[in-house]
Design a protein around this ligand. Structure first.
Ligand code: MLC
Ligand code: AMP
Length: 502
């Protein structure tokens, strides 16, 4: 039986008594114990009626057990569907319904709120808390620690990751065994990860970065992880001496630099710091080197493609660039209208092709056809430029997108929500520079004629229905939105107006 991802990432660790996960309480799980736990999860999934190809939606805290659930899904041939812990019930309803999940695993504290959603969608609900307790783990505890791994093809789905869209509706990116495995292989090779590495892992595991880039790479390399529930500078600084490498979004690095305890000595033993998911300011790059002597290695990726490019491990890590295409990945900068490749040096839309590029959007063939060309090139929507030495830079976005602390926020989704509130004529949502999150959200509301808007009620509705990170940090009421002669809202003017509010 073959199961590409399980055979490469997990199976080799069976019976190994080497350290795999060091948790926040100082407990260590060995590779072998983790594999046993994964098999128990796979047995539990099967006992719950989860079949190969079924989606398992998870809305749970980060923990070693949550990772074992991921491994169990891969082993049982299920499709892992992790969801941002910040999502509200209103948001979760869409994901559970759209994916047709067979099983929904949530935190015990939210089981009451989410049971009606599971029931309405004919899906089983079980719980798993950050401390490993819950109705799923109760079932897991009674399972056998061996499991007949379910055979999968390279093109079978391993995961479904939802990404919001410019039209407001989230799309499930279908990631296959081939996609995830090829990317893990390329990254291990490029970044020289080995069984001697210990990765400081403070990222969430419901996104590509923390789950696939960090975890899959460490599984393939056979090393260990300091597996922290979240990025807490005190704990990160405390545990850094045990690590050899760290991956983070730029906010991790700016927060570390803001802490005087983050010194040359504390970082001296580290092999590698990697940044991605949002632009790393050249200034952060320089400050980091001045403080620690390390040059951060910046790479670029997306949910749909996992990682595409990286600065070199050896050779110059050039600030403000995301380096070169990974092995097996092709990149080209194209004219946004014609799709024709542009001469080196010109700015255009970046397209990528390779074994890392996803299979398409779940049950959205038209959306897939809009972004994934018949020849296999995926239109990223990022604006890029390649310099004379071949370094690629992401210079802007062709899509209306805000990235706050590494989380993507689509203005359209928030505008649609605000437009539906009482008394709102129309709205515009923009991203402006923020010292901690890189960018943050500003909303501008135009009231209907003669209406006095109840801002408090609107803010309460936002808090109830939208994930916290999407919440506008400033909401202003204006008479009208700036428009051009064609009637299009001039977001650039708004961005200029609010550029210094944070
Ligand atoms: C938390 N909050 C955020 C936020 N994270 N608001 C905006 N943007 C964010 N990213 C909210 C909190 O809910 C809280 O709201 C308030 O902001 C202050 O919280 P905090 O304590 O400062 O935040 P913290 O919990 O420390 O989280 C910040 C963070 C976290 C940067 C550590 O957001 C994080 O781990 N980001 C990583 C995201 C990531 O992994 N992205 C990868 C995507 S994959 P209130 O209302 O209570 O004040 C991808 C592909 C690729 O993009 O290339 O990798
Ligand atoms: P996501 O949809 O969450 O996977 O986010 C992917 C987007 O994050 C990309 O399309 C880019 O816009 C952005 N991104 C990721 N890494 C980088 C980087 N190193 N520099 C600039 N933007 C990045």
């Amino acid at each position: 039986m073959t199961n590409p991802l399980f055979d490469a990432l997990f199976a080799p660790h069976s019976g190994r008594d080497t350290a795999f996960l060091h948790d926040v309480n100082g407990q260590t799980t060995t590779h072998g114990a983790f594999l046993d736990e994964a098999a128990r999860y796979a047995n539990a999934l099967t006992a719950l009626g989860v079949k190969p190809g079924d989606r398992v939606a998870v809305h749970i805290q980060k923990s070693p057990q949550a990772l074992a659930l991921y491994a169990g899904c891969v082993q049982a041939g299920a499709v892992f569907l992790p969801l941002n812990t910040a999502y509200t019930p209103a948001e979760l309803e869409y994901f559970v319904g759209d994916s047709g999940a067979a099983l929904f695993v949530c935190d015990p504290a939210e089981a009451e709120d989410l049971t009606p959603i599971a029931e309405a969608n004919g899906c089983t609900l079980r719980t798993l808390a950050g401390d490993g307790s819950g109705t799923l783990s109760d079932l897991v505890a009674g399972q056998k620690s061996d499991f007949d791994t379910v055979a999968r093809d390279e093109d079978d789905l391993a995961a479904l990751l939802y990404t919001s869209g410019t039209t407001g509706r989230s799309k499930g990116a279908m990631l296959t065994h081939r996609n995830l495995l090829s990317n893990a292989r390329a990254l291990v090779e490029c970044w020289r990860f080995t069984a001697d590495d210990v990765l400081l892992h403070a990222l969430p595991i419901f996104h590509s970065h923390g789950l696939f880039v960090a975890t899959n790479v460490m599984l393939l390399a056979g090393g260990a992880m300091i597996f922290l529930p979240k990025f807490d500078p005190d704990i990160v600084l405390d545990r850094l001496p045990e690590a050899t490498a760290m991956m983070g979004v730029p906010t991790f690095y700016t927060r570390l630099l803001d802490d005087p305890r983050f010194s040359t000595e504390r970082a001296a033993h580290m092999r590698l710091f990697i940044s991605g998911s949002a632009p790393l300011l050249a200034e952060t790059h320089e400050r980091f080197e001045a403080r620690t002597g390390h040059r951060i290695l910046e790479r670029y990726g997306m949910t749909e493609t996992s990682m595409n490019t990286s600065n070199p491990y050896d050779g110059e890590r050039r600030a403000g660039t995301v380096g070169f295409a990974l092995p097996g990945v092709e990149v080209k900068v194209c004219d946004s209208q014609t799709g024709a490749e542009l001469p080196q040096g010109e700015i255009g839309v970046l397209e990528v092709r390779g074994p890392n590029v996803f299979k398409g959007y779940w049950r959205m063939p038209e959306k897939t056809a809009e972004e994934l060309r018949a020849d296999g090139f995926f239109i990223t929507g990022d604006l890029a430029q390649i310099d004379a030495d071949g370094y690629l830079s992401i210079v802007g976005r062709g899509k209306d997108l805000i990235i706050s602390g590494g989380y993507n926020i689509y203005p359209k989704e928030i505008e649609m929500f605000l437009d539906a509130q009482d008394g709102v004529q129309e709205s515009a949502v923009i991203g402006v520079p923020h010292p901690d999150f890189g960018e943050s959200v500003v909303a501008v509301l135009v009231p209907q004629t003669g209406v006095t808007l109840d801002l408090q009620a609107i803010e309460a509705a936002v808090k109830r229905d939208l994930a916290n990170f999407k919440r506008p940090r400033l909401t202003e009421i204006v008479k009208e939105l700036p428009r051009n002669t064609m009637g299009k809202v001039q977001k650039n003017q708004l961005r200029d107006r609010y550029r210094s509010v944070f």
